[in-house]
Design a protein around this ligand. Sequence first.
Ligand code: SF4
Length: 272
Amino acid sequence: MSKVFNKKIRDLISKINRAFRDFHMLSDGDKVAVAMSGGYDSMSLMLLMEMRKSLTPEKYDLIAVHIIGDARGPYETPLHKPLIEWLESNRFAYVVSPMQISPTEKLPMNCQRCTWNRRSTLFKIANRLGCNKIAFGHHFDDMVETALLNLFYQGRMATMYPCDTYFGGMFSVIRPLTYITKKEIESFAKMNNFPSPPEDCPRSATSRRKMVSDILKIADKDYQNIRWNIFRSAINTMKLAGEIKIYDDTNEPNDEWGNIEEMSSHNYLKKL
Ligand code: SF4
């Protein structure tokens, strides 16, 4: 592993640590279900969270949960075999399940219903596995896009919660990649030879999110801090509204991590 590689991993894990500190995402003894779409975001999340384990005194368990299905229904998308091979080659614990939908659900679903059903399936599986945390691979650019979507279509400045509780505290949903950009994830994926992600859902290309993403690309050319300003504005607005608590927003990512080369062995895990 080259020094450049080490430095990049160190930076990414520092950003995850910053998110953990700022939003109190993780505690000793947590059991975390990691939502795996098979895309680079969720694979990066799983691998970085695993790498981090050997560098922190916190003990936590990770289980990848892959939900199959999209707007057309639970069985219309084939199992993404490269993802399963990747999980097995890394000896990650994982569960694969079709999306559970009601017999009365009208197909194809819209994005809202599809998201709801996927999430509901994920929560049920996490509960069955005894997980108290569910980690999503949403990254910094997702947070910025969501802030703009909320502004454009709901007239409010807010983004996804970096950490939020559900069902009276039974689960916390956490987003450890909150400070990591899409570009950083793509670079990490390339360095680790991640397999190709599954084909995008046909709806994703026409979504409002894609439109907002295109607007941001144009804005980037005018001012490099636009995304960070949108993110900060959304988080600060949520903080002022009492929707989230920032525990520590002054710390810069630090360099407290040990030798990254020591963390390559994954010597546990069973297939559930
Ligand atoms: S983009 Fe496709 S898979 Fe994703 S929520 Fe929308 S319909 Fe479901």
